[in-house]
Design a protein around this ligand. Structure first.
Ligand code: NAD
Length: 396
């Protein structure tokens, strides 16, 4: 029976991941400091619905399933909070099997500031992003180095680290030949936001830790995630994960659905040829599970591109418009001046075979998936604030 520690367990991905593993018999401990909820409050960007606290969620989960999710509230930028998870100060005792008190075998690291626009609001938010993301990752790396080097770190990267190069994107690595000699290097990264730049730096930190101390690391280069449907969230409405629809924290498909429901023209930035890889939240969970079940070896940084299909922003807008119109909404598409500095038409050809090779079965963005998202969002239509949908945080 494995024990998984989820850093950032209150987040959009962290909470569904916690329930997913708990439902499959793993022992699960979650850590969070409510950074995301507080950032939403500070910036006055409403969520689609209110959330119970993490402790309340864990209690509800226990009442519904009999399974325990252990909750630790603390800021992982504090080295002692991080170290207490590994050095015996946090006691991992479980009512169901009290004899098992072991350290986690796997740490899933989600605990970062995850928004590109947030990181570019101004220098203060840039500093918060840099400090939070790098210090949490560094604290994790040193805690694992100092207390148990065999622990597998599964860390979320992003496809945005690669940018949009004019060559095919490989899964993490590239073989370079130079003046008659060859070596394998990390695939070049050139992000177009400060947040994405911190993700590149995270990878570099952990690659250093792998070379220096033979840590075991899997880096999941994830594309934007959409959706609210997982088996666990469907058990009870109160177990649903957070859902942002604003420009700062909302991801594109989630935002478009909300815009369509309230009759706000879909905000396509510029010409709309920006192409990215996407995945359903169910696939994030599957990918993390497969990565945990087949850990990286000691001294290995294993990298997967975690996307299931690619779309241009225009294609997504047209898909949401079609489904929305069929459901009786009048969905308009607006091409607004692009607040970001990014290529609006470009070559995009990433490889993403590795996760399928270890057993992931992809879910795709179908009309039915979009219809279900429309239904969920429509239930909370009365909460949607049009004033937070678009504010225009400028990259330039
Ligand atoms: N959601 C996506 O589409 C997406 C795409 C690519 C990569 N990612 C990556 O996946 C990870 C999770 O993303 P998410 O969408 O769930 O974001 P999220 O903001 O919903 O979750 C992150 C969680 O970490 C917590 N956290 C942040 N700093 C912390 C700290 N110092 N101490 C304790 N807790 C802290 C936050 O409060 C939040 O609950 C991030 O690393 C993000 O970069 C997400």
């Amino acid at each position: 029976m494995n024990h998984i520690l989820i850093l950032g367990g209150d987040g959009y991905l962290g909470w569904p991941t916690a329930m997913y593993f708990s439902n499959r018999g793993y022992r699960v401990t979650v850590v969070d400091n409510y950074f995301r909820r507080n950032a939403c409050l500070e910036l006055d960007v409403g969520m689609l619905y209110a959330l119970p606290s993490l402790v309340e969620r864990a209690k509800m989960w226990h009442e519904l399933t009999g399974n325990e999710i252990k909750v630790v509230i603390g800021d992982l930028q504090e080295p002692e909070v991080m170290r207490s998870l590994f050095d015996g100060r946090i006691r991992y005792d479980w009512a169901v099997n009290p004899s098992f008190t072991g350290l986690p075998d796997t740490v899933v690291h989600y605990a970062e500031q995850p928004s590109a626009p947030y990181s570019l609001i101004n220098h203060r938010y840039a500093n918060i992003t840099l400090q939070n993301n790098l210090v949490v990752t560094n604290n994790l790396m040193f805690a694992v180095r100092d207390f148990e080097r065999d622990i597998h770190i599964v860390k979320l990267g992003t496809m945005g680290e690669y940018g949009t190069p004019n060559i095919d994107i490989e899964e993490g690595w590239i073989e370079i030949e130079h003046k008659g000699r060859a070596e394998r290097f990390l695939f070049p990264r050139q992000a177009s936001s400060l947040y994405h730049t911190t993700k590149i730096m995270d990878t570099d930190l952990l690659w250093f830790g792998v070379r220096m101390w033979e840590l075991r690391v899997t880096d999941l280069m994830q594309g934007p995630v959409y959706g609210l449907e997982t088996d666990e969230m469907e058990m009870d409405d109160r177990l649903k994960t957070l859902f942002n629809y604003d420009e700062i924290f909302g991801t594109i498909i989630n935002r478009f659905i909300v815009q369509a429901v309230v009759g706000y023209p879909l905000t396509v930035y510029g010409r709309g040829g920006q192409t990215r890889g996407y995945l359903h939240v169910r696939d994030t969970l599957q990918c993390v599970e497969k990565a945990c079940e087949t850990p990286a070896k000691r001294g290995e940084l294993r990298i997967f591109n975690q996307i299931m299909e690619t779309f241009a922003a225009n294609e997504l807008a047209e898909m949401v418009q079609k489904v929305g119109n069929e459901l009786g909404y009048d969905v308009q598409i607006d091409h607004i001046p692009n607040p970001r500095k990014e290529a609006e038409e470009h070559y995009y050809h990433p490889t993403y075979q590795g996760l399928i090779d270890i057993g992931v079965t992809p879910h795709y963005l179908t009309d039915r998936v979009l219809e279900n998202m429309f239904k969920t969002v429509a239930q909370y239509r009365h909460n949607i604030r049009e004033d937070v949908i678009f504010r225009g945080v400028q990259w330039g």
